[in-house]
Ligand binder design. Structure first.
Ligand SMILES: [Zn+2]
Length: 125
């Protein structure tokens, strides 16, 4: 039987993985905290296919002339702002649109400092 496919976005430092010391990681969606030991066990499990995504520098500035937001900019916006940018909205950024804060039609650029996750409801509002 094919194993269940699960995607978990875990955030932890390289030092926390490579060194044998206690640390914590946090999981998106549930926003739970877990131990680096737990993450190490998942990665060592031969039944588990682990995909390591490249580290994204949240301070880097990326820009494109296009209206469409490239994947790396969407990912950067989601990591910098893990929930909908609308005040008090708790919608996880991974289930949000990536919005131009200053509208593209009004000259707002498609760049790191002008993008934020907005849930569909707040994007339409
Ligand atoms: Zn929202």
């Amino acid at each position: 039987m094919k194993p269940r496919q699960v995607v978990i976005h875990v955030h932890l430092s390289d030092a926390a993985i490579s060194r044998d010391e206690a640390g914590t990681a946090h999981v998106e969606e549930t926003r739970s905290i877990l131990s680096t030991e737990q993450v190490r066990e998942w990665c060592a499990n031969t039944d588990t296919a682990v995909t390591i995504k490249p580290v994204i520098d949240l301070d880097a500035h990326h820009h494109t002339d296009a209206y469409a937001v490239p994947d790396r900019l969407t990912e950067q916006a989601r990591l910098a702002q893990p929930v909908c940018a609308f005040p008090w909205c708790e919608r996880p950024a991974r289930r949000c649109d990536t919005d131009h804060v200053a509208a593209h039609g009004d000259g707002g650029p498609t760049c790191s400092c002008n993008l934020a996750p907005l849930c569909r409801r707040h994007h339409r509002a």
